[in-house]
Structures are given as structure tokens and as C-alpha cells.
Ligand binder design. Structure first.
Ligand SMILES: Nc1ncnc2c1ncn2[C@@H]1O[C@H](COP(=O)(O)OP(=O)(O)O)[C@@H](O)[C@H]1O
Ligand SMILES: [Mg+2]
Length: 597
């Protein structure tokens, strides 16, 4: 099970470029006309270099050798004219390619974000936040930012190479064969370096993700870091990762920098042999000196891009690897999704049943074992038991945060996996111990699940959640900004906002998982009142530490190590001598009951 998600972060050893292009194509398709136009504009950019080299021959022969001044007088204008036209094409092609590339990126990131939202909870359990940012945002940028511009460069460079070779050939076919032959040697080190670079790139990605996590933890865990004096610990670990980044970066430079001198060597070999043999050809009048100068100019222009090929290649390979990772994610089908033609489900009316339910987070480690339970509409069922027994797990199965392994969970006798996820979740409100608030105002946060609620419904929810006085005391009232994750509020206030949200949603089923456990006595009291109101006339699954909540439940299910060991009312369960509930009651609740009274 673990490997399922791990594989999403890794590059395969033999990725097929053709396959990747096929996958990115649909994203590029809407912008293809501009991209092609951009590529077309890139062709003359390459051709201009050859034209300049070509022009050197008549210049040499007519002006320098034959002293023909007429040609020399219009050459300056030609140069300026050419540069202007070349500039225009560079601008056009740069703009068009960047436009198509950025649009493709936007589209890709949109799909990735959609995928992220639809990922199952188990995926998030297995990932760090840093990894999520790397995978879903940074990779998309790397994949698309450089891809088109690299292709453009390739188009320009290959056109320029093609025309330059033509110039070479025109000036002297003998020298041309020699020069191009030497150039072919450059291919050998390239292929050697390729493998090495892929390996380093892959490692760099892992390390970058770990760095991200450290930033996120410095943000989210800043209070823990302060209170445990973790500065040194954090910093040391961070420096370790930084150093790893450094050595990986240096390795990459090592490999690519070795390539550059090698290319220079090959280039100089080519030029040296051409000059050696070229002299002979001029002396024997096989070529003119204009031919020779034009040839050398074209050759230098041809070798220049070859020399920088190493660095371009690193960028290009990086893009491809990132693209591969991006498509791994996009190709992944979330395991919790609607089945084909799901049943449309209205409002829950009769009962919820767990039938022989087995569940595991990790392969072959059962967490829930053969759970059987039937809950009637309107009933309140409380789950009690030791920590880690599986109480939260059971209630998380209802909205399908996780899917079960065996058995079935039904709602009104329909398997919840047959119902559309939207309809199912529409029927359930969940209030956790720590509820997530979004950056925005109190009002935004209450309305988030029910944007069409009327002013009256909103006011009722605020009142029922005992938020009215609190909001009235704020300068900006319900429009008060609460900061990311609601950091500007107390725990009790946050809980009440979450409860107001649930009131507005008005779902018939309510799941309360330790909703008051993190609160101090005073806040707990008012939150409890709000919760009591929310429980009215609803079917409630409650995990609570307050004895009164448990006692008032219609039935109590005792969960021990993933099994339901006792079910019944408080009085019934207390009858079972030495039973699980009685033992638990004596050990935990009794003292608390005295405190509550
Ligand atoms: N996301 C998860 N991934 C893997 N194991 C988990 C996850 N959540 C809980 N567990 C494990 O499942 C067991 C039951 O946990 P939980 O349902 O949270 O217990 P309770 O709510 O009764 O305290 C525990 O052993 C816990 O370690
Ligand atoms: Mg729990």
C-alpha cells in the first residue's frame, strides 16, 4: 500500500520521450497555432547567421581582393536591415512561445490542483506538505517553463546548423566533410553524460522536496519549535539537507563542466584541421580566400551552439523528468471516487449499517475487525474505548474518507460506495477536534459549505452555535478577518464557527469526533451547548470524553482494539460485571463525573 504512493514521486529509469509528448499534447493543443507560429519565426533567426557567414565571401573577394567599392557601400545598410528583421523575429518567436508555454502551464496546474483536491485521505497521510508543493506546483513549472523554449532553441539551432552546413558545403565540400566529421565525435561524450545527469536530477528532486517540508514545519510548528528550543536541531538538519543540495548541484556542474572543455577540444580540432588543409586548398587555387573566410565564419558559428549543448541538455532533461512526474500524478486514479453511474441519493431516512466491516490503513494490518452495527435514524450513538482503538477510524468511513477492505457500510440499505460521493457527503456534517478554518472572514467560513444561505439562516446558525455575543463584541462583527487557519481565534471560538457551519449545512447525520476535547472547561461548556443544539433531531455518531454526552446517548458502543466488544445503553452496560464499559467507567469517567457536576 505504501509503495502505491511512493511510486508517484519517482522517475522511471527508461522514460519514453514520445510517450511524454503524447501526454502533454492535449494541454498544448489549444495554443498550438501560436506555438507553431513561434517556431516558424524561430527558423529565420537561425537562417540569418548563415546569411551573414555567406555574405563574407562576396565581401572578401569583391571588396578586399578586387577593391570593388560599390559593394562595400551598401553592406553597412544590409547589416543594419538584417539585424532589425532578425530582432523582430526574435521578439515575435520569444513572445509567442512564452505565451503558449505559460498557457500550457496554467492548464497543467489547473488539472493538477483538481487532482490534488480529489486525492484520497490516505494519499495525504503518506505525504509531507513539502512533497505536495514540489509535485503539484514546482514540477509543473519545471515541466512547462523550459520545455517550449528549449524546443524553440532546438528549432533555431538546427535551422542555423542546417544553413551553416549549406554555407560550408557551398564554400568547400572537402573542408565541409572534414569539419562535420569531426563534429560527430561530440555525440559520444553527450550520451555518456546523459545517464549521469538523469540520476543526479532525480536525487535533486527528492532533496528539494525535503527542503520545502522544513520551511513548512518552521511555519506550522513555530510554537513547538520555540517551546522545545528546537532551533539548533532544526537548523542542523536543515543545513544537512542544504549541504546535500550543494553537493548534488556541484556534481551536476562537474559533469556538465567536463562536457564543455571536451566540446571546445573537439571544436578546436575541427578548426585546426580546417585551417591546415584550407591553406593548401587556397594555395592550389581550389577555393578563393573569400570562400575560406566565409567557411571559417560559418564553422565558428556552427560550433558555438554545440559547445553550449551540455547546459541546454541539463535543462531539457530536467523538464522531461518533471513532466514525467507530473503525468504520473495526472494518470493516477484516486481510489476513492464515484463508481460509474452512481446512485443519486436524497436525504437519509432510515438506518445506517456496518456489516462485517474490515478496514486497514496499511496492507495486512487490520485496524477494524468485523464491525457490525446498525444505527437508526434519529439515534445518538456514542463510541468509547481506549485511545488508538479505532473510534475515529469508524466514523471516518461514513463520509468515505477511507474505503473499507471487506464487508459493507450501507445507508438506507444502499452501499455507500454506490452512492455519489457528493450526495453521500451532503448528508453528513463532521466536527473534528481541530477544525480547519480558511483564510477569510468569519462569515466566509460559516457560509463556505452553503453559499446560498439566506441572511436569516445565517443568523440562526450564528445564534445556535452561541456565536452571537462573541460576534457582537467584534469591531467588524461577522466580517472580521480571522487569518490563515483561524489563528486569531481561541479554540472554543473556532469550534463554534465549525458548528455554525454544520448548522447551515443542516445535514441529517452528524459526526462529532472529540469536538470538545481540546478545550478548557469554560470554553467547553459553551461549545457543548452548541453541540447539544446541533445534535437535536439528527442522527449522531459521537466520540466524546464528557460522561454526560456519553450517558445521554441512546446507545454506547465500546471499541477495543478494532472490535466492538459491547453495545447498549449506559445502564445496560453498567450491569455487565467486570465488563469493558464498567471497567472504563470506573477508571476514567467516574472521577470526571464528579468534576462535571
Ligand atoms: N492515517 C492513518 N494511517 C495509518 N494508521 C492510522 C491512521 N490513523 C490512525 N491509524 C491507526 O489506527 C488505529 C486506530 O486509530 P484511531 O481510529 O484514530 O483511534 P481512536 O480514535 O480510537 O483513538 C491506531 O492504531 C492508529 O495508529
Ligand atoms: Mg480518535
Amino acid at each position: 500500500m505504501q509503495n502505491k504512493y511512493e511510486a508517484l514521486d519517482k522517475n522511471d529509469d527508461n522514460s519514453d520521450i514520445k510517450d511524454l509528448y503524447k501526454k502533454i499534447f492535449p494541454y498544448l493543443k489549444p495554443y498550438l497555432s501560436r506555438a507553431i507560429l513561434g517556431f516558424l519565426c524561430a527558423i529565420p533567426i537561425g537562417a540569418f547567421e548563415a546569411t551573414v557567414a555567406m555574405a563574407l565571401k562576396p565581401y572578401m573577394d569583391s571588396v578586399l581582393v578586387e577593391k570593388n567599392l560599390q559593394i562595400s557601400s551598401y553592406i553597412p545598410y544590409l547589416i543594419i536591415g538584417f539585424t532589425l528583421i532578425q530582432g523582430l523575429f526574435i521578439y515575435l518567436s520569444g513572445y509567442l512561445i512564452a505565451w503558449a508555454g505559460s498557457k500550457t502551464k496554467v492548464k497543467l496546474m489547473q488539472s493538477l490542483y483538481n487532482k490534488l483536491l480529489n486525492m484520497e485521505s490516505a494519499f495525504f497521510d503518506s505525504k509531507s506538505s513539502g512533497l505536495i508543493i514540489s509535485r503539484f506546483s514546482i514540477d509543473a513549472s519545471i515541466a512547462t517553463d523550459k520545455l517550449l523554449s528549449q524546443i524553440k532553441m532546438l528549432v533555431t539551432k538546427s535551422c542555423s546548423a542546417f544553413f551553416l552546413v549549406c554555407v560550408l558545403f557551398y564554400n568547400s565540400w572537402q573542408l565541409c566533410i572534414l569539419a562535420v566529421g569531426v563534429l560527430c565525435f561530440a555525440i559520444i561524450p553527450m550520451s555518456k553524460v546523459r545517464k549521469k545527469i538523469s540520476f543526479i536530477s532525480r536525487k535533486s528532486v527528492d532533496v528539494a522536496a525535503r527542503l520545502n517540508t522544513y520551511y513548512n514545519e518552521a511555519f506550522g510548528g513555530n510554537k513547538i519549535i520555540k517551546s522545545y528550543n528546537l532551533f539548533k536541531n532544526r537548523e542542523e538538519n536543515f543545513i544537512k539537507i542544504l549541504n546535500e543540495t550543494f553537493s548534488l548541484g556541484m556534481k551536476q556542474v562537474q559533469v556538465s563542466s567536463l562536457l564543455t572543455p571536451f566540446m571546445y577540444l573537439i571544436a578546436s580540432l575541427g578548426i585546426a584541421s580546417v585551417i591546415g588543409i584550407g591553406g593548401h586548398l587556397i594555395l592550389t587555387k581550389q577555393i578563393s580566400s573569400g570562400n575560406f573566410v566565409s567557411f571559417i565564419a560559418a564553422l565558428v558559428l556552427l560550433y558555438t551552439p554545440v559547445k553550449s549543448f551540455g547546459n541546454n541538455y541539463i535543462d531539457f532533461k530536467g523538464s522531461l523528468l518533471a513532466m514525467e512526474r507530473v503525468f504520473k500524478i495526472l494518470d493516477y486514479t484516486p481510489s476513492i471516487k464515484n463508481k460509474e453511474n452512481p446512485i443519486e441519493f436524497g436525504k437519509f431516512q432510515n438506518n445506517i449499517k456496518f456489516e462485517n466491516v474490515w478496514f486497514e490503513y496499511e496492507h495486512d494490518i487490520p485496524i477494524l475487525k468485523n464491525i457490525n452495527l446498525e444505527v437508526q435514524q434519529g439515534e445518538t450513538i456514542a463510541f468509547v474505548g481506549n485511545s488508538g482503538g479505532g473510534k475515529s477510524t469508524i466514523v471516518n468511513l461514513l463520509p468515505r474518507f477511507y474505503d473499507i477492505k471487506e464487508g459493507k457500510v450501507t445507508i438506507d440499505n444502499i452501499d455507500i460506495r454506490d452512492i455519489s460521493l457528493e450526495d453521500l457527503r451532503e448528508n453528513i456534517s463532521v466536527v473534528f477536534q481541530d477544525n480547519f478554518l480558511f483564510e477569510g472572514t468569519i462569515k466566509n467560513n460559516i457560509l463556505i459549505g452553503s453559499p446560498n444561505a439566506t441572511e436569516e439562516e445565517l443568523n440562526n446558525a450564528v445564534e445556535n452555535a452561541f456565536l452571537k455575543d462573541f460576534i457582537a463584541g467584534l469591531d467588524n462583527g461577522i466580517e472580521t478577518w480571522i487569518g490563515e487557519r483561524g489563528v486569531l481565534l481561541s479554540g472554543g471560538q473556532k469550534q463554534r464557527i465549525a458548528i455554525a457551519r454544520a448548522f447551515l449545512k443542516n445535514a441529517p447525520i452528524v459526526v462529532l469526533d472529540e469536538a470538545t476535547s481540546a478545550l478548557d472547561n469554560k470554553s467547553e461548556l459553551v461549545v457543548q451547548k452548541a453541540i447539544d443544539a446541533l445534535m437535536q433531531n439528527r442522527t449522531v455518531f459521537v466520540i466524546a470524553h464528557r460522561l454526560s454526552t456519553i450517558k445521554n446517548a441512546d446507545r454506547i458502543a465500546v471499541i477495543n482494539s478494532g472490535e466492538i466488544v459491547e453495545v447498549g445503553s449506559h445502564d445496560n452496560l453498567m450491569q455487565i460485571q467486570e465488563g469493558f464499559y464498567q471497567t472504563l467507567y470506573n477508571a476514567q469517567f467516574k472521577t470526571r463525573e464528579q468534576a462535571e457536576v
